[in-house]
Design a binder for this molecule. Structure first.
Ligand code: BJW
Ligand code: ZN
Length: 258
């Protein structure tokens, strides 16, 4: 049924799942046409390294370069649609008693697919605020139309203090949003299944979450086109794109008869 040999213990455990956590990374949005974080940048952004632009220091040094990159990405997200993986994750809420969606993504495709109360560990592209005084800032609706790939764009300025407006994402060296990591860790510690979908697991503290679920007795299932070698008894890897595997997992999880 799953198109990949699955052992009976694993299949039985999936049918019995009551509390699930879906932990997603950039790969879940790849089939919506959004480049993953560690994909090389395309076109006119190709000579820049994403990791070196995702810092407060880079923004302070070259606000128009970094703001232009984020505005270009915001437009890509606005033009993208949720894919079958986002939709299967939203539908999973009807198959289990408790579903917690924890994402590292800064897009809103989980919400647009119908997932409620998504924990955004790394913030959100659109939740803009002042770089200096942190007051929230509402972007005008027409701002996206002005941005092309590779274009530098000056950020707007804060109406209170005149500081630059920044994207609402968590850059390297910054703290995660208040309570987000603690809430995610709590759900991971109480679940029977954690699905780690489309993440390279390189960024901390987020990467602790799947390991915490495993250490607390949950099954850990990776979904990724890259090969991942399971290292624990309750760990499995489904190799392939999320849009292929998530609809199949949806059929299987919580399919117990009582
Ligand atoms: C598919 C697919 C398909 C493709 N289907 N899959 C402990 C040890 C070492 C370092 C640290 C540590 N603790 C903290 C640090 C420092 C740092 C860190 O982790 N650095 C690492 C690089 C080592 N962490 C931090 O700075 C964090 N803050 C913090 O720790 O605060 C405390 C503190 C403060 C001050 C001083 C000291 C401590 C904050 C981390 C914030 C990360 N933010 C970013 C950028 C957000 C904005 C933006 O988008 O521009 O978040 S980094 C980037 O990586 C982004 C992502 O959310 C995150 C994770 O990436 P993800 O999602 O895994 O994407 P990829 O591209 O890596 O992988 C995609 C995967 O999809 C691949 O596996 C593909 O195969 C797969 N795929 N197609 C399924 N169709
Ligand atoms: Zn301000």
């Amino acid at each position: 049924m799953m198109g990949q040999a699955m052992d009976p213990d694993w299949l039985a455990a999936m049918r019995r799942v009551r509390r699930a956590v879906v932990f997603t990374g950039a790969g879940v949005s790849a089939e919506s046409g959004i480049a993953t974080f560690r994909d090389a940048l395309s076109g006119l952004w190709a000579r820049y390294d994403p990791a070196s632009m995702a810092t407060a220091e880079a923004f302070a040094a070259e606000p128009d370069l970094v703001w232009g990159w984020y505005q270009w990405r915001l437009r890509q997200v606005a033009e993208a649609q949720p894919n079958p993986a986002h939709r299967a994750i939203a539908a999973l809420a009807t198959r289990v008693e408790q579903l917690t969606v924890v994402t590292q993504n800064v897009d809103d495709l989980h919400e647009r697919a119908g997932s409620c109360e998504v924990i955004h560990l790394h913030g959100s592209l659109s939740a803009t605020r002042c770089f200096d005084c942190a007051r929230p800032h509402q972007l005008p609706n027409d701002v996206l139309a002005e941005v092309a790939e590779g274009q530098r764009v000056s950020p707007p300025q804060c109406g209170f203090c005149g500081g630059w407006i920044r994207p609402g994402v968590v850059w390297f060296g910054e703290m995660l949003p208040d309570g987000a990591f603690e809430q995610a860790l709590d759900a991971a510690g109480k679940c029977d299944l954690l699905l780690a979908v489309g993440t390279s697991g390189q960024v901390y503290p987020a990467a602790h979450i799947p390991q915490h679920a495993l250490a607390s007795g949950a099954w850990l299932v990776h979904v990724n086109p890259d090969p991942i070698a399971p290292r624990a008894e309750r760990e499995r890897a489904l190799q392939g794109p999320a849009g292929h595997w998530l609809p199949q997992l949806l059929e299987l999880i919580g399919d117990v008869d009582d």
